[in-house]
Design a protein around this ligand. Structure first.
Ligand SMILES: [Zn+2]
Length: 370
């Protein structure tokens, strides 16, 4: 029987051969194009795909699997993501929710070049189960299943030493951006979380210690939903006017409260009013935190319309942008509306979202959410 199916496969190959110019691989075939086809076993690249806390791992067996430019499409309940290994060091990712496909770096196993890993923060994949079709040039389709387990930020480190301890935006080479939400937690934090959940978009919440002490459970809530936390001082003091001891205390009390409520200290800090002269940046550095500004300000604290906030941010949008909105410190209904409009418009322009730590390439630790 095996011999028969192999013989059929050879016949099929011979029948298809004239369609392909000498020396050229046949085009990538979709799963449906392969349905019912008999293909010699050697043509099938066996894949194993798993999604860990930090990386998606894809290992392949078969003849020269990477040269065949394999693609894997993950079908989630509400979205799908296609990853194509189009070169040794990079993959092209496409997702119908985004207008443009984008290129992400690929890491290889130390000894095995047929094993590739892609950072999970480079993929806009939701949590949950997915059916996966794997196809490649001249291969049969293979169907797999994966499960993307929810993860939570469990700490981060600015070390060994970042290029700079003060940033206003992230790297400008790729269309990744970060949304930051300041001055919470507040009753509006839940509304912001709903919008972020709906779009599977991560954000960074710069919390005030005094407000977090009123709502300590919010820190865990923010983390459980895939976001990160940063230090925004205890009282929102203008640190330019404070003695060194007060600056240290504002930072340390807040980081200590975050440690008590989440088990981890933050590695990014945002100065109230963006007032971060060198001594403030140095104090944050001593506390292990990069000072993070912004370059796409909604000015939502002036309480303009949601349309005006959205326009302001979209007018400043560029690769590496850090967007500033507020989830606390005033009525934020319009900021919630603007957040959703900004996400939708930025995604339509091909932008992807990361937490501030991920955008800046800091060392982030994750833990599973049970
Ligand atoms: Zn603030």
């Amino acid at each position: 029987m095996q011999l028969l199916s192999y013989a059929l496969g050879v016949l099929l190959f011979l029948a298809l051969a004239p369609l392909t110019a000498p020396g050229q691989l046949p085009p990538v075939q979709s799963a449906s194009a392969n349905a019912g086809a008999t293909v010699p076993g050697d043509d099938l690249i066996r894949s194993r795909i798993s999604v860990g806390l930090t990386h998606l791992h894809w290992s392949m067996t078969g003849e020269a699997p990477l040269e065949r430019k394999p693609c894997a499409t993950m079908h989630f309940e509400t979205s799908q993501t296609t990853i194509c290994l189009d070169a040794a060091q990079q993959a092209t990712v496409s997702d119908p929710r985004y207008q443009e496909s984008y290129v992400v770096p690929v890491e290889h196993g130390a000894t095995d070049r047929s094993t590739v890993s892609i950072r999970r923060s480079d993929l806009m994949i939701p949590n949950g189960p997915a059916e996966v079709d794997v196809s490649c040039a001249g291969c049969a389709s293979e169907d797999l299943q994966v499960r993307v387990a929810p993860r939570r930020w469990s700490g981060c480190s600015a070390g060994p030493v970042p290029d700079t301890w003060k940033v206003m935006h992230g790297p400008e080479e790729s269309k990744a951006i970060a949304i930051t939400l300041d001055d919470g937690p507040s009753p509006f934090t839940d509304d912001m979380l709903e919008v972020l959940d709906k779009h599977s978009v991560p954000a960074t919440f710069y919390v005030m210690g005094s407000r977090l002490s009123q709502r300590p459970a919010m820190a865990q809530q923010v983390l459980r939903r895939g976001h990160s936390l940063g230090n925004h001082t205890w009282t929102h003091a203008d640190l330019r006017r404070q003695r060194a001891g007060v600056v240290e205390s504002e930072l340390q009390r807040t980081s200590e409260l975050l440690r008590r409520t989440t088990g981890s200290r933050p590695c990014t800090f945002r100065a109230p009013y963006g007032e971060d002269p060198a001594p403030v940046v140095a104090a944050a550095e001593r506390a292990g935190m990069v000072t993070v500004g912004w370059n796409a300000d909604s000015k939502d604290w002036e309480l303009p319309s949601a349309a005006a906030m959205t326009q302001r941010v979209l007018g400043k949008l560029r690769p590496g942008a850090i967007i500033l909105l507020h989830d606390g410190g005033g009525p934020r209904e319009r900021s919630v509306v603007a957040l959703e409009r900004i996400i939708t418009a930025a995604r339509d322009q091909g932008y992807r979202f990361k937490t501030t730590e991920e955008l800046l390439g800091l060392q982030v630790d994750y833990a599973p959410v049970s």
